[in-house]
Design a protein around this ligand. Structure first.
Ligand SMILES: Cc1cc2nc3c(=O)[nH]c(=O)nc-3n(C[C@H](O)[C@H](O)[C@H](O)COP(=O)(O)OP(=O)(O)OC[C@H]3O[C@@H](n4cnc5c(N)ncnc54)[C@H](O)[C@@H]3O)c2cc1C
Length: 478
């Protein structure tokens, strides 16, 4: 007999698994289809984020930062030691254990919420049916009132540097190195390239980042990008802008990469090369020819602001649709879709999705950049507060960077919060909460912040918008 559900989700990444749990919580009979298996061949839920993305990369970033601090950051606190070593397989093993704990946690949550977990490849057929191809090759068709496509994304390959999973790897391979490469190349100075480059640089690799664009971190506020470039370069990342990779040749255990820059053609040799030039949506064998779901010119499933596809009752969320490829964006879209299936009028505020880069210092922002606002002709007031003037940052010996608050010059409404510095990801979230409620810079300035905290830098930057910062000289006079 054909199984029938209220909701069937294809893909158990942060978009799909969150949507499935929410649907079950709202009383809808729900199944989630996932095909990904771990190295032991077992079904692993959680998608890119939990298995090979957000979580494993942060585990390695945290381990490598502790190593870096133990090497160079303890003496100032009066702590001496006779030598610090790094056991790379142990570090990578710790990461694997965290991944295992979290992915099996999703399986437990599925059970606790009554989500039916189905292992296999899901394909949308016409007439709100899904064909599941099981690991043994058998197929089954299930029916659903509502179908959510959450098939995610995968790394983009580039012909000049084909991944061989030995010398040339993508982001997944870069999480699995068993030794620190002496010379590491990274193609792409985006979020993933900078984070993974930082991990291996902190452990001693000579890291060269080749970026085709002339501009560094173009999506970030220009003041933040400038500071980030300065700091990351000082940390040892050799970031070559305007360097377009045109070819590569693997010779045994090394690779010679050819690129062109303002000075013409260059060659550089690496022991490992990470290709981190972006990700593309996964729609391989996802849609039957007559499914009726449209794909846009870039390969993303076409959806409206509510993640509705061209077929009523079929939705698509996360990396497989337009917008930023971020786990929290995927999850919130999943929740929005399910609540709307239940008849709620849930909307998502796409203007307030925070972005974070987990380098050190962290880089995070929400809302618009000063240059974008100026290009739109919006007059703004800007307040900036450096962590060098924060008592808490000094106590932690972590004083790089600043908080920048941008407010509408006419209304004082906060339009952007940009942070480079310690705990930037957490600080920006406070800005996001305020902005969601339409905060003005004055409102933020009038709130009581605990002392001593890094958050006080946000308070002071908000005060500085109208020339009222206490712990720095104000550029703008009241
Ligand atoms: C190295 C790295 C670091 C990252 N760090 C961050 C970060 O710090 N913060 C952040 O917000 N984002 C980060 N991201 C991005 C984040 O991982 C993605 O935006 C997020 O996972 C997207 O979620 P999703 O549910 O749309 O898709 P995915 O997580 O890609 O999940 C899709 C799932 O669908 C499954 N699937 C696909 N097709 C089928 C099918 N036909 N049948 C069955 N199953 C199918 C896949 O196996 C996969 O498990 C990072 C990504 C990488 C690679």
């Amino acid at each position: 007999m054909t199984q029938k559900f209220d909701v069937v989700v294809i893909g158990a990444g942060p978009g799909g698994y969150v949507a499935a749990i929410k649907a079950a919580q709202l009383g809808l009979s729900t199944a989630c289809i996932e095909k990904y298996t771990d190295k032991e061949g077992k079904l692993a839920l959680g998608g890119t984020c939990l298995n090979v993305g957000c979580i494993p990369s942060k585990a390695l970033l945290d381990s490598s930062w502790k190593f870096h601090e133990a090497q160079d950051g303890f003496a100032i606190h009066g702590i001496g030691h006779s030598g610090v070593t790094m056991d790379v397989p142990a570090m990578v093993g710790r990461k694997a254990n965290i991944v295992k704990g979290l992915t099996s946690g999703v399986a437990t949550l599925f059970k606790a919420n009554g989500v039916t977990s189905i292992q296999g490849h899901g394909k949308l057929l016409a007439g709100k049916k899904v064909e599941v191809t099981k690991p043994d090759g058998s197929t089954e068709v299930i029916e659903a009132e509502n179908i959510i496509l959450a098939s995610g994304s995968r790394p983009i390959d580039i012909p000049p540097a084909p991944v061989d999973n030995n010398v040339i790897v993508d982001s997944t391979g870069a999480l699995e190195f068993q030794a620190v490469p002496k010379r590491l190349g990274v193609i792409g100075a985006g979020v993933i390239g900078l984070e993974l480059g930082s991990v291996w640089s902190r452990l001693g690799a000579e890291v060269t980042v080749l970026e085709a664009l002339d501009t560094f971190l173009i999506a970030a506020d220009a003041a933040v990008s400038k500071e980030a470039y300065k700091t990351l370069t000082k940390q040892g990342l050799d970031i070559k802008l305007g360097a377009r990779v045109t070819g590569s040749k693997v010779n045994g255990e090394e690779v010679v990469v050819t690129y062109t820059d303002a000075n013409g053609e260059q060659n550089i040799t690496f022991d490992k090369l990470i290709v981190a030039v972006g990700r593309r949506p996964v729609t391989t064998d996802l849609l039957a020819a007559d499914s009726g779901v449209n794909i846009d010119e870039r390969g993303f499933i076409f959806v409206d602001d509510h993640c509705t596809t061209s077929v009523p009752g079929v939705y698509a969320i996360g990396d497989v649709v337009r917008g930023m490829m971020l786990a929290h964006k995927a999850s919130e879209e999943g929740i929005m879709v399910v609540e709307r299936i239940k008849g709620h009028k849930t909307q998502m505020n796409y203007d307030l999705i925070p972005s974070v880069i987990y380098t050190h210092p962290e880089i995070a922002w929400v809302g618009k950049t000063e240059q974008a606002l100026k290009a739109e002709g919006v007059e703004v007031n800007v307040g900036t507060f450096p962590f060098a003037a924060s008592g808490r940052a000094m106590a932690a010996n972590d004083t790089g960077g600043f908080v920048k608050v941008i407010a509408d010059a006419k209304t004082d409404r906060v339009l952007g919060v940009h942070v480079i510095g310690p705990s930037a990801a957490e600080l920006v979230q406070q800005g996001a909460i305020g902005m969601e409620f339409g905060t003005s810079a004055e409102d933020l300035g009038m709130m009581v912040f605990s002392h001593p905290t890094l958050s006080e830098a946000l308070h002071e930057a908000a005060l500085a918008v109208n020339g009222g910062a206490i712990h720095i000289a104000n550029r703008k006079k009241r």
